[in-house]
Write a protein that binds this ligand. Sequence first.
Ligand code: ZN
Length: 374
Amino acid sequence: MFFKDIIGQEEVKEKLLHMLKDSRVPHALLFSGPEGSGNLPAAFAFIQYIFCTNKQETDSCGVCPSCLKTSKLVHPDLHLVFPISKSKHVKTSNDLVKEFRETFLETPYMSLNDWFSSLSSENKQPIIPADEANDILKKLSYTSYEGGYKVMVIWQPEKMNTESANKLLKILEEPPEKTLFVMVCNSPEQLLATIISRVQQINFYKLAPEEISAGLVKQFQCDPTAAKQAAMLSDGSYREAQLLLQHADGGTTYLQNFRTFMLIALKFDAPKAVNWVDENARTGREKQKQFLQYGLEIFRDCLMINFGSPDLVRHSGDEKEFISKFSRFIHQRNYEKLLEEFNSAFYYIERNANPKILFMDLIMKTNELLNLPA
Ligand SMILES: [Zn+2]
Protein backbone atom coordinates (compact mmCIF):
# COMPACT_ATOMS: atom_id res chain seq x y z
CA MET A 1 0.00 0.00 0.00
CA PHE A 2 1.01 3.60 -0.61
CA PHE A 3 -0.05 6.62 1.43
CA LYS A 4 -1.43 8.02 -1.80
CA ASP A 5 -3.89 5.12 -2.00
CA ILE A 6 -5.47 6.10 1.31
CA ILE A 7 -8.61 8.15 0.89
CA GLY A 8 -8.69 11.39 2.90
CA GLN A 9 -7.12 11.21 6.40
CA GLU A 10 -4.58 13.88 5.41
CA GLU A 11 -3.81 14.88 9.01
CA VAL A 12 -3.11 11.30 10.00
CA LYS A 13 -0.75 10.80 7.06
CA GLU A 14 1.15 13.95 7.94
CA LYS A 15 1.40 12.95 11.58
CA LEU A 16 2.80 9.54 10.66
CA LEU A 17 5.34 11.00 8.25
CA HIS A 18 6.51 13.51 10.87
CA MET A 19 6.81 10.76 13.42
CA LEU A 20 9.16 8.87 11.13
CA LYS A 21 11.19 11.88 10.05
CA ASP A 22 11.79 12.90 13.65
CA SER A 23 12.50 9.26 14.60
CA ARG A 24 9.82 9.43 17.26
CA VAL A 25 8.09 6.13 16.49
CA PRO A 26 6.82 4.67 19.77
CA HIS A 27 6.94 0.91 20.32
CA ALA A 28 3.17 0.52 20.04
CA LEU A 29 0.62 2.38 17.94
CA LEU A 30 -3.13 2.03 17.89
CA PHE A 31 -4.74 2.94 14.56
CA SER A 32 -8.22 3.56 15.80
CA GLY A 33 -11.16 4.42 13.56
CA PRO A 34 -14.61 3.35 12.42
CA GLU A 35 -15.02 0.58 9.88
CA GLY A 36 -14.26 1.78 6.35
CA SER A 37 -12.16 4.73 7.54
CA GLY A 38 -9.01 3.17 6.07
CA ASN A 39 -7.03 2.45 9.24
CA LEU A 40 -6.03 -1.00 8.00
CA PRO A 41 -4.65 0.02 4.58
CA ALA A 42 -3.04 3.05 6.26
CA ALA A 43 -1.24 0.73 8.68
CA PHE A 44 0.25 -1.18 5.76
CA ALA A 45 1.15 2.02 3.90
CA PHE A 46 2.96 3.19 7.06
CA ILE A 47 4.82 -0.13 7.42
CA GLN A 48 5.76 -0.16 3.75
CA TYR A 49 7.24 3.31 4.26
CA ILE A 50 9.19 2.12 7.32
CA PHE A 51 10.63 -0.87 5.45
CA CYS A 52 11.28 1.01 2.18
CA THR A 53 15.00 1.31 1.44
CA ASN A 54 14.50 4.22 -0.94
CA LYS A 55 12.01 6.46 0.87
CA GLN A 56 10.56 9.34 -1.13
CA GLU A 57 9.48 12.61 0.52
CA THR A 58 5.91 11.53 1.30
CA ASP A 59 5.61 7.90 0.23
CA SER A 60 7.47 4.66 -0.21
CA CYS A 61 9.21 4.01 -3.54
CA GLY A 62 7.11 0.96 -4.40
CA VAL A 63 9.91 -0.76 -6.34
CA CYS A 64 12.64 -1.68 -3.87
CA PRO A 65 12.65 -5.34 -2.70
CA SER A 66 11.27 -4.31 0.72
CA CYS A 67 8.35 -2.43 -0.85
CA LEU A 68 7.59 -5.34 -3.17
CA LYS A 69 7.51 -7.78 -0.27
CA THR A 70 5.49 -5.50 1.98
CA SER A 71 2.97 -4.71 -0.74
CA LYS A 72 2.13 -8.42 -0.87
CA LEU A 73 2.27 -8.69 2.94
CA VAL A 74 5.07 -11.25 2.68
CA HIS A 75 7.93 -9.23 4.22
CA PRO A 76 9.73 -11.62 6.63
CA ASP A 77 9.80 -8.99 9.41
CA LEU A 78 6.07 -8.36 9.12
CA HIS A 79 3.91 -10.51 11.40
CA LEU A 80 0.15 -10.61 11.26
CA VAL A 81 -2.41 -11.39 13.92
CA PHE A 82 -6.15 -11.26 13.27
CA PRO A 83 -9.35 -12.93 14.51
CA ILE A 84 -9.81 -16.57 13.55
CA SER A 85 -12.36 -19.30 14.13
CA LYS A 86 -10.51 -22.05 15.93
CA SER A 87 -10.89 -25.56 14.53
CA LYS A 88 -8.94 -28.75 14.15
CA HIS A 89 -6.76 -27.20 11.45
CA VAL A 90 -6.77 -23.61 12.60
CA LYS A 91 -5.04 -22.79 15.87
CA THR A 92 -3.56 -19.34 15.23
CA SER A 93 -3.47 -16.63 12.55
CA ASN A 94 -0.52 -18.42 10.99
CA ASP A 95 -2.86 -21.10 9.70
CA LEU A 96 -4.95 -18.54 7.77
CA VAL A 97 -2.32 -16.02 6.76
CA LYS A 98 -2.63 -16.89 3.08
CA GLU A 99 -6.39 -16.29 3.17
CA PHE A 100 -5.90 -13.03 5.06
CA ARG A 101 -3.42 -11.75 2.46
CA GLU A 102 -5.78 -12.65 -0.37
CA THR A 103 -8.77 -10.93 1.23
CA PHE A 104 -6.77 -7.82 2.04
CA LEU A 105 -5.09 -7.51 -1.36
CA GLU A 106 -8.47 -7.80 -3.05
CA THR A 107 -10.23 -5.43 -0.63
CA PRO A 108 -7.81 -3.23 1.33
CA TYR A 109 -10.78 -1.51 3.01
CA MET A 110 -12.07 -4.90 4.13
CA SER A 111 -14.42 -5.05 7.07
CA LEU A 112 -14.63 -7.68 9.75
CA ASN A 113 -17.71 -8.91 7.91
CA ASP A 114 -15.71 -9.36 4.68
CA TRP A 115 -13.19 -11.39 6.62
CA PHE A 116 -15.84 -13.48 8.40
CA SER A 117 -17.62 -14.28 5.16
CA SER A 118 -14.36 -15.35 3.50
CA LEU A 119 -13.93 -17.92 6.31
CA SER A 120 -16.38 -20.77 6.17
CA SER A 121 -16.57 -20.85 9.93
CA GLU A 122 -20.07 -22.19 10.59
CA ASN A 123 -21.11 -18.94 12.23
CA LYS A 124 -18.59 -19.24 15.02
CA GLN A 125 -17.54 -15.76 16.16
CA PRO A 126 -13.86 -15.33 15.29
CA ILE A 127 -11.63 -14.36 18.19
CA ILE A 128 -7.95 -13.87 18.94
CA PRO A 129 -7.29 -16.81 21.27
CA ALA A 130 -4.65 -17.06 24.01
CA ASP A 131 -2.48 -19.37 21.87
CA GLU A 132 -2.00 -16.40 19.62
CA ALA A 133 -0.34 -14.37 22.38
CA ASN A 134 2.13 -17.23 22.96
CA ASP A 135 2.81 -17.21 19.25
CA ILE A 136 3.47 -13.46 19.29
CA LEU A 137 6.18 -13.97 21.89
CA LYS A 138 7.75 -16.73 19.86
CA LYS A 139 7.79 -14.67 16.66
CA LEU A 140 9.29 -11.66 18.38
CA SER A 141 12.09 -13.70 19.92
CA TYR A 142 13.60 -14.22 16.45
CA THR A 143 16.00 -11.56 15.26
CA SER A 144 14.80 -9.50 12.34
CA TYR A 145 15.69 -10.87 8.95
CA GLU A 146 16.60 -7.60 7.37
CA GLY A 147 18.25 -6.00 10.38
CA GLY A 148 15.65 -3.31 11.03
CA TYR A 149 12.32 -3.24 12.79
CA LYS A 150 10.14 -6.24 13.39
CA VAL A 151 6.54 -5.21 12.98
CA MET A 152 3.61 -6.98 14.55
CA VAL A 153 0.23 -5.98 13.14
CA ILE A 154 -2.75 -6.91 15.29
CA TRP A 155 -5.99 -6.35 13.43
CA GLN A 156 -9.10 -6.13 15.62
CA PRO A 157 -7.34 -6.46 19.01
CA GLU A 158 -10.81 -5.99 20.55
CA LYS A 159 -11.44 -9.62 19.57
CA MET A 160 -8.89 -10.85 22.10
CA ASN A 161 -10.34 -12.74 25.02
CA THR A 162 -9.27 -11.74 28.52
CA GLU A 163 -6.50 -14.30 28.68
CA SER A 164 -4.90 -13.24 25.42
CA ALA A 165 -5.36 -9.54 26.23
CA ASN A 166 -3.52 -10.01 29.50
CA LYS A 167 -0.70 -11.86 27.80
CA LEU A 168 -0.41 -9.12 25.21
CA LEU A 169 -0.32 -6.55 27.98
CA LYS A 170 2.69 -8.30 29.52
CA ILE A 171 4.47 -8.11 26.15
CA LEU A 172 3.66 -4.43 25.79
CA GLU A 173 4.98 -3.73 29.27
CA GLU A 174 8.35 -5.20 28.38
CA PRO A 175 8.56 -4.81 24.65
CA PRO A 176 11.32 -6.63 22.80
CA GLU A 177 13.87 -4.31 21.21
CA LYS A 178 13.34 -2.85 17.75
CA THR A 179 9.80 -4.11 17.67
CA LEU A 180 6.84 -2.07 16.55
CA PHE A 181 3.29 -3.05 17.40
CA VAL A 182 0.62 -1.66 15.11
CA MET A 183 -2.84 -2.42 16.39
CA VAL A 184 -5.74 -1.60 14.12
CA CYS A 185 -9.11 -1.39 15.82
CA ASN A 186 -12.68 -0.17 15.31
CA SER A 187 -13.81 -0.07 18.94
CA PRO A 188 -11.04 1.13 21.31
CA GLU A 189 -13.58 1.25 24.16
CA GLN A 190 -13.58 -2.56 24.08
CA LEU A 191 -9.84 -2.75 24.81
CA LEU A 192 -8.37 -3.02 28.30
CA ALA A 193 -7.59 0.44 29.66
CA THR A 194 -4.15 -0.89 30.62
CA ILE A 195 -3.48 -1.73 26.96
CA ILE A 196 -4.70 1.68 25.78
CA SER A 197 -2.32 3.33 28.25
CA ARG A 198 0.64 1.50 26.67
CA VAL A 199 0.00 2.63 23.10
CA GLN A 200 -0.03 5.85 21.17
CA GLN A 201 -3.44 6.28 19.62
CA ILE A 202 -3.79 7.56 16.05
CA ASN A 203 -7.38 8.52 15.31
CA PHE A 204 -9.03 8.04 11.94
CA TYR A 205 -12.30 9.86 11.24
CA LYS A 206 -15.39 8.89 9.27
CA LEU A 207 -14.78 9.97 5.67
CA ALA A 208 -16.70 12.89 4.16
CA PRO A 209 -19.14 12.05 1.32
CA GLU A 210 -17.02 14.11 -1.12
CA GLU A 211 -13.87 12.15 -0.23
CA ILE A 212 -15.70 8.86 -0.69
CA SER A 213 -17.32 9.73 -4.01
CA ALA A 214 -14.02 11.02 -5.41
CA GLY A 215 -12.41 7.74 -4.30
CA LEU A 216 -15.13 5.66 -5.96
CA VAL A 217 -14.89 7.55 -9.26
CA LYS A 218 -11.11 7.15 -9.24
CA GLN A 219 -11.22 3.44 -8.39
CA PHE A 220 -14.15 2.29 -10.54
CA GLN A 221 -14.44 5.04 -13.17
CA CYS A 222 -18.15 4.98 -12.31
CA ASP A 223 -20.86 7.56 -12.91
CA PRO A 224 -20.27 10.50 -10.50
CA THR A 225 -23.98 10.69 -9.59
CA ALA A 226 -24.06 7.02 -8.59
CA ALA A 227 -20.83 7.56 -6.63
CA LYS A 228 -22.34 10.55 -4.85
CA GLN A 229 -25.46 8.60 -3.95
CA ALA A 230 -23.45 5.66 -2.58
CA ALA A 231 -21.17 8.01 -0.65
CA MET A 232 -24.12 9.76 0.94
CA LEU A 233 -25.64 6.50 2.15
CA SER A 234 -22.37 5.00 3.37
CA ASP A 235 -22.16 6.75 6.75
CA GLY A 236 -18.52 7.65 6.20
CA SER A 237 -17.35 4.12 5.35
CA TYR A 238 -15.53 3.64 2.07
CA ARG A 239 -16.18 -0.10 2.23
CA GLU A 240 -19.92 0.39 2.70
CA ALA A 241 -19.90 2.82 -0.24
CA GLN A 242 -18.19 0.22 -2.46
CA LEU A 243 -20.91 -2.30 -1.59
CA LEU A 244 -23.65 0.26 -2.16
CA LEU A 245 -22.23 1.12 -5.55
CA GLN A 246 -22.21 -2.56 -6.53
CA HIS A 247 -25.88 -2.86 -5.62
CA ALA A 248 -26.92 0.60 -6.74
CA ASP A 249 -29.89 1.19 -8.96
CA GLY A 250 -30.22 4.93 -8.74
CA GLY A 251 -32.00 7.31 -6.41
CA THR A 252 -35.44 7.02 -7.98
CA THR A 253 -35.96 3.45 -6.80
CA TYR A 254 -34.78 4.32 -3.30
CA LEU A 255 -37.15 7.28 -3.28
CA GLN A 256 -40.11 5.31 -4.67
CA ASN A 257 -39.62 2.56 -2.15
CA PHE A 258 -39.27 4.96 0.77
CA ARG A 259 -42.30 6.99 -0.32
CA THR A 260 -44.42 3.83 -0.58
CA PHE A 261 -43.26 2.69 2.85
CA MET A 262 -44.20 6.03 4.40
CA LEU A 263 -47.62 6.17 2.69
CA ILE A 264 -48.42 2.69 4.01
CA ALA A 265 -47.11 3.55 7.47
CA LEU A 266 -48.93 6.87 7.72
CA LYS A 267 -52.41 5.33 7.46
CA PHE A 268 -51.43 1.75 8.25
CA ASP A 269 -52.87 0.06 5.19
CA ALA A 270 -52.62 -3.63 6.23
CA PRO A 271 -52.88 -5.42 2.83
CA LYS A 272 -50.40 -2.97 1.27
CA ALA A 273 -48.12 -3.39 4.27
CA VAL A 274 -48.06 -7.17 3.79
CA ASN A 275 -47.26 -6.71 0.09
CA TRP A 276 -44.46 -4.24 0.79
CA VAL A 277 -42.96 -6.49 3.45
CA ASP A 278 -43.10 -9.57 1.19
CA GLU A 279 -41.45 -7.75 -1.69
CA ASN A 280 -38.72 -6.22 0.45
CA ALA A 281 -38.02 -9.43 2.35
CA ARG A 282 -36.95 -10.96 -0.96
CA THR A 283 -34.43 -8.26 -1.87
CA GLY A 284 -31.65 -9.44 0.46
CA ARG A 285 -29.77 -7.95 3.35
CA GLU A 286 -27.71 -5.38 1.44
CA LYS A 287 -30.80 -3.80 -0.16
CA GLN A 288 -32.65 -3.80 3.16
CA LYS A 289 -29.76 -2.05 4.85
CA GLN A 290 -29.67 0.51 2.04
CA PHE A 291 -33.38 1.19 2.48
CA LEU A 292 -32.87 1.88 6.19
CA GLN A 293 -29.77 4.01 5.63
CA TYR A 294 -31.67 5.95 2.97
CA GLY A 295 -34.49 6.54 5.46
CA LEU A 296 -32.01 7.91 8.00
CA GLU A 297 -30.63 10.33 5.40
CA ILE A 298 -34.13 11.53 4.51
CA PHE A 299 -35.02 12.13 8.17
CA ARG A 300 -31.84 14.16 8.56
CA ASP A 301 -32.70 16.31 5.57
CA CYS A 302 -36.26 16.81 6.86
CA LEU A 303 -34.75 18.22 10.03
CA MET A 304 -32.66 20.66 7.97
CA ILE A 305 -35.85 21.90 6.26
CA ASN A 306 -37.56 22.25 9.64
CA PHE A 307 -34.61 24.19 11.03
CA GLY A 308 -34.96 26.59 8.10
CA SER A 309 -31.72 25.45 6.46
CA PRO A 310 -32.83 24.03 3.09
CA ASP A 311 -29.34 24.74 1.72
CA LEU A 312 -27.99 22.03 4.04
CA VAL A 313 -30.25 19.40 2.42
CA ARG A 314 -27.97 16.86 0.76
CA HIS A 315 -30.49 15.51 -1.76
CA SER A 316 -31.58 17.35 -4.88
CA GLY A 317 -34.23 17.15 -7.63
CA ASP A 318 -37.22 14.86 -6.99
CA GLU A 319 -35.77 13.81 -3.68
CA LYS A 320 -35.50 17.38 -2.40
CA GLU A 321 -39.06 18.05 -3.52
CA PHE A 322 -40.29 14.97 -1.66
CA ILE A 323 -38.31 15.97 1.45
CA SER A 324 -39.79 19.45 1.53
CA LYS A 325 -43.32 17.94 1.59
CA PHE A 326 -42.53 15.02 3.88
CA SER A 327 -40.69 17.19 6.42
CA ARG A 328 -43.97 18.37 7.96
CA PHE A 329 -44.44 14.85 9.40
CA ILE A 330 -41.06 14.96 11.13
CA HIS A 331 -40.75 16.99 14.31
CA GLN A 332 -39.06 17.17 17.70
CA ARG A 333 -41.30 14.55 19.28
CA ASN A 334 -40.71 11.80 16.71
CA TYR A 335 -37.35 12.58 15.06
CA GLU A 336 -35.10 10.89 17.64
CA LYS A 337 -37.42 7.91 17.94
CA LEU A 338 -37.58 7.36 14.19
CA LEU A 339 -33.78 7.41 14.07
CA GLU A 340 -33.70 4.92 16.90
CA GLU A 341 -36.14 2.54 15.19
CA PHE A 342 -34.37 2.68 11.81
CA ASN A 343 -30.96 2.28 13.44
CA SER A 344 -32.06 -0.67 15.50
CA ALA A 345 -33.69 -2.30 12.44
CA PHE A 346 -30.34 -1.86 10.65
CA TYR A 347 -28.55 -3.48 13.59
CA TYR A 348 -30.84 -6.51 13.56
CA ILE A 349 -30.82 -6.93 9.77
CA GLU A 350 -27.02 -7.10 9.94
CA ARG A 351 -27.42 -9.86 12.50
CA ASN A 352 -29.75 -11.89 10.30
CA ALA A 353 -33.10 -10.98 11.86
CA ASN A 354 -36.19 -12.24 10.03
CA PRO A 355 -36.90 -9.36 7.62
CA LYS A 356 -40.67 -9.98 7.42
CA ILE A 357 -41.20 -9.67 11.16
CA LEU A 358 -38.74 -6.82 11.42
CA PHE A 359 -40.22 -4.67 8.64
CA MET A 360 -43.84 -5.28 9.69
CA ASP A 361 -42.86 -4.15 13.17
CA LEU A 362 -41.09 -1.12 11.70
CA ILE A 363 -44.19 -0.13 9.71
CA MET A 364 -46.32 -0.25 12.86
CA LYS A 365 -43.85 1.72 14.94
CA THR A 366 -43.44 4.28 12.16
CA ASN A 367 -47.23 4.55 11.99
CA GLU A 368 -47.37 5.47 15.69
CA LEU A 369 -44.50 7.93 15.42
CA LEU A 370 -45.75 9.71 12.29
CA ASN A 371 -49.13 10.18 13.96
CA LEU A 372 -47.75 11.66 17.16
CA PRO A 373 -48.93 15.27 17.44
CA ALA A 374 -46.03 17.68 17.00
ZN1 ZN B 1 10.76 1.08 -1.42
